[in-house]
Design a binder for this molecule. Structure first.
Ligand code: TC6
Length: 696
């Protein structure tokens, strides 16, 4: 491996280049390299200033996350940055690409910062369950003030060069150019001006209003419920206000070390890597995707319109097909309204909107508009008959090689593909609603789907900025199959004694964005009802079927859309629908169940054991490639708390023995629902984890 840090001296300017692809992370070799070159620079008498820059596409994107959780290796980053800051010569950081985390901390340790106009800056450590532990919580308040520091450090949000200049984080935005030339030119200017080192650590910290930290705590309590890192971030910045620099640094270190040892840190870093790992799918390695420029969307309801918007926002041409002129007009209005919302929120320029409406978007009731489409996504009513009809028509119209995708949530894609003369071109692209917002895309590979069609699905996801997970065909694929299982478990908890409101509260306390009953109300209770009716003929007589939800549906209460479901939706917010308790009591009575008290812990244990047990089957059957694919699915499509890393990471954290023991415990009440997954049993017997399967 070539040395990742190099030094050359040109006309009195020491130029330090960092070359550690792909993102110039601060691995041990980079830290040691920086320490070495700065020692060498101090020993020379022909140097007037120092420039640090990153080679290739970026400055430094942060600490090397792969080293986290392993024994720390010297030299430590805070010491290296202190060494850079202590340099007797002016040190200039020339920033381009992204200066993130430890990378931005290196830049703040330099004495001057010049940036490319397109550079981005941020301290995203909080999103990984840690804090900027190399002086960032002490130097940023000194450069930009405590309020700005609290905002950037507790949210991890990135900012552009203009904002960085305005808050005092950087000194200059240069004309676009290569960072070496830009840095050297700025260094020469500074030398000409006789500039001396200007150390951030020596700057005074401006006083702030006393309630600034309390307000930050309130914000964090709302937005980052349950998470440790944002609270430690606040404490570290508070330390910068009341402690001298070196003591503040020691305080920061202690808070950092506490987080480094937390399960939340492991979970968030697992999520980071898992989201990159899901795109690595063996059957499409080296396979070239088909080019996609024009797509068709069949169906202009909420889902179809959302898919159309997602595609339009990523620059694709979209033709939306509906059945008749009124439906076309409604679909067009749906798409237009959503795009107008993006313009209002500043996410889409008015000129871009005008361009989309004039040239890239069209809607029609004529399937022949799709003759030149590269990919068509069907998002019509969830009925096999309707979908088969659509695919028959697509088969007759679409050009050879066009990818034909269905957005079905549950149905058998092999059966749909069999309606066409080209099953190799048929695939499932399962979006989540609202499709222009939700990050998850399940790419469902049917028996005959060609590898380049799968590769095209992944390419499309990248273009739409979605996280794509490969799934196999089964009822519900990865996410909805697991969901229907844990839904049965929470229904079972209600039959046993908890109320739906207890269940929702316990699971929101656990970290879910919403409880499962509130989610059902949001999705529409009629959807689950339709699925239950569809599956009724094949239902196993041993299943304990919770009927209380059917009672709500029979009374026309479908959740939010009808104003009533498990909750009643009023102007001042939702409140529990007390009628539900009557339906539940009737259901228990009909089944001869005497309700008992159930703790929040038991509710969580049931929910998690059901989720993990079914997920183990999904992995064992190859529906999900690896446990991490399940985690990414649940994190991005089902509101599972990211700081728990996903269900499989959670299971590894609490121990698979506990999950298996819980399955056995609940089986004493319902041994049909609670049958242990063979993979779970095997891993426990072998003393292995789901993580071991990810690494295999
Ligand atoms: C920190 O700095 C703490 C400091 C205190 C210390 C005391 N380390 O995302 P991409 C890999 S915490 C190791 O696909 P992009 C990534 O896994 C850190 N590896 O590219 C992938 O590898 P693969 C604070 C890293 O262009 C490859 O690089 N910094 C790291 O879409 C390409 O990544 C952050 O949190 C890393 N730090 O986005 C920034 N970063 O090809 C984290 C990336 O084997 N990184 N990799 O799969 C990012 O946000 C993005 O990677 C990006 C580039 C915006 C830099």
């Amino acid at each position: 491996m070539p040395d990742p840090v190099s030094l050359e001296v040109v006309d009195g300017i020491a130029i330090v280049a960092i070359a550690n692809p792909p993102v110039n992370a601060l691995s041990q070799a980079v830290r040691a390299g920086l320490a070495g070159v700065f020692a060498a620079i101090e020993a020379r008498d022909d140097v007037r200033a120092v420039v640090i820059y990153g080679s290739d596409r970026t400055f430094i994107a942060g600490a090397d996350i792969r080293e986290f959780g392993k024994p720390p290796l010297e030299p430590f980053l805070p010491d290296v940055i202190n060494q850079i800051e202590a340099c007797r010569l002016p040190v200039i950081a020339s920033l381009h690409g992204t200066a993130l985390g430890g990378g931005l901390e290196v830049a703040m340790g330099a004495h001057f910062r010049v940036a490319d106009p397109a550079a981005r800056f941020g301290l995203p450590e909080v999103t990984l369950g840690i804090l900027p532990g190399a002086g960032g919580t002490q130097r940023l308040p000194r450069l930009a003030g405590a309020e700005v520091a609290l905002d950037l450090i507790t949210t991890g949000r990135q900012i552009g060069a203009e904002e960085a200049l305005a808050i005092g984080l950087i000194d200059k935005i240069a004309a676009a150019g290569d960072p070496r030339t830009v840095g050297v030119a700025y260094a020469q200017d500074l030398v000409r001006q006789g500039a001396a080192p200007r150390r951030s650590s020596a700057l005074p910290v401006q006083a702030v209003a006393p309630d600034v930290f309390e307000q930050a705590r309130t914000r964090v309590a709302q937005k980052s419920r349950g998470q440790l890192a944002p609270l430690n971030c606040i404490k570290a910045v508070e330390g910068a206000m009341r402690l001298p620099f070196l003591e503040g640094l020691a305080n920061e270190r202690a808070l950092f070390t506490e987080l480094m040892g937390s399960d939340q840190r492991s979970a968030l870093i697992h999520a980071f890597f898992a989201e990159r790992q899901v795109a690595k799918v063996p059957d499409i390695k080296g396979v070239t995707a088909r080019p996609i420029e024009k797509i068709g969307v069949i169906g202009g309801g909420t889902m179809g319109a959302g898919i159309a918007v997602a595609a339009l926002l990523s620059g694709l041409k979209v033709t939306l097909i509906e059945r008749e002129p009124e439906a076309v007009a409604r679909a067009k209005a749906n798409v237009t309204k959503t795009l107008e919302g993006s313009v209002k929120r500043g996410k889409l320029a008015q000129t871009k909107f005008d361009d989309i409406m004039a040239t890239t978007f069209s809607a029609s009731d004529d399937y022949s508009q799709l003759v030149d489409a590269d990919l068509v996504i069907e998002a019509v009513f969830e009925s096999m008959e309707v979908k088969k009809d659509v695919f028959t028509r697509l088969d007759a119209i679409c050009k050879p090689g066009a990818v034909l995708a269905t957005n079905t949530s549950y149905l058998d894609i092999n059966e749909i593909a069999a309606m066409t003369s080209r099953p190799q071109d048929v695939i499932g692209l399962h979006f989540f609603s609202p499709a222009h917002v939700m990050r998850l895309l399940e790419i469902v590979v049917a028996d005959k789907t060609a590898p380049e069609v799968t590769a095209t699905g992944f390419e499309l996801a990248k273009r739409l900025k979605k996280v794509a997970v490969r799934a196999g065909v089964c009822d519900g694929f990865i996410g909805n199959r697991i969901l229907s299982h844990y839904r049965k478990a929470v229904d079972g908890a209600v039959l046993a004694g908890a109320s739906p409101f207890d269940v929702d509260r316990a699971l929101v306390d656990f970290g879910l964005a919403m409880g499962p009953f509130a989610v059902s109300d949001l999705a529409g209770l009629d959807i689950g009802w339709a699925t239950r009716k569809r599956l009724a003929p094949t239902r196993d007589p041993r299943e304990v079927y919770a009927a209380f939800s059917d009672r709500l549906c029979e009374a026309g209460h479908f959740g939010r859309k009808t104003g009533k479901g498990y909750y009643v939706y009023k102007e001042d917010g939702p409140c529990p629908n007390e009628d539900v308790l009557t339906h539940v009591a009737d259901d228990r009575a009909a089944k001869g169940i005497t309700p008992r008290a159930m703790s929040d812990d038991e509710i969580v244990d049931r929910y998690m054991a059901a989720m993990v047990n079914e997920a183990a089957r999904v992995v064992e059957e190859g529906i999900a490639l690896r446990p991490l694919d399940v985690d990414v699915t649940l994190l991005n499509g089902y509101g599972f708390p990211r700081w728990r890393g996903g269900p499989m990471q959670y299971a590894d954290t609490v121990g698979l023995e506990k999950i298996l023991a819980d399955v056995a415990r609940f089986a004493r009440e319902d041994d049909f629902l609670w049958q242990p997954a063979p993979l779970l049993q095997r891993l426990v017997a072998e003393g292995k984890t789901f993580g071991d399967l990810n690494d295999a």
